[in-house]
Design a protein around this ligand. Structure first.
Ligand SMILES: C[C@H](O)[C@H](O)[C@H]1CNC2=NC(N)=NC(=O)C2=N1
Length: 95
């Protein structure tokens, strides 16, 4: 099982993760788009990456905005898997 990160590790990784915040045991990323369907397509890309990593976020698709929430359910908090997915989402937002 992937180990829970400690507060120092979380703070350090968050400082290098633009667009994301920590809410309790979750990372929350908010992505804004010019077009609604751009957000839908982004969510699809993140979904594919999540499936490939077997690490799945919750995603709320709104009007030209997608909110991504991720935590490691099996560990009950934040692990490296969550930050890896968040970094990948940031890459995919730029595509
Ligand atoms: C059995 C399967 O590998 C697990 O349930 C995976 C699926 N996707 C997951 N996604 C997230 N966010 N956390 C998990 O602990 C997790 N576990």
């Amino acid at each position: 099982m992937t180990a829970l990160l400690n507060e120092a590790q979380i703070t350090s990784q968050l400082s290098d993760l633009p667009g994301w915040t920590r809410e309790g045991t979750e990372l929350v990323g908010v992505f804004v788009f010019k077009q609604y369907l751009d957000g839908v397509a982004f969510a699809g890309r993140v979904g594919e990456a999540a499936e490939a990593a077997n690490h799945h976020p919750e995603m709320l698709i709104g009007w030209r905005k997608v909110t991504v929430r991720v935590s490691t359910h099996s560990a009950g908090g934040l692990t490296e898997l969550d930050f890896a997915l968040a970094r990948r989402a940031n890459e995919l937002a730029g595509e």
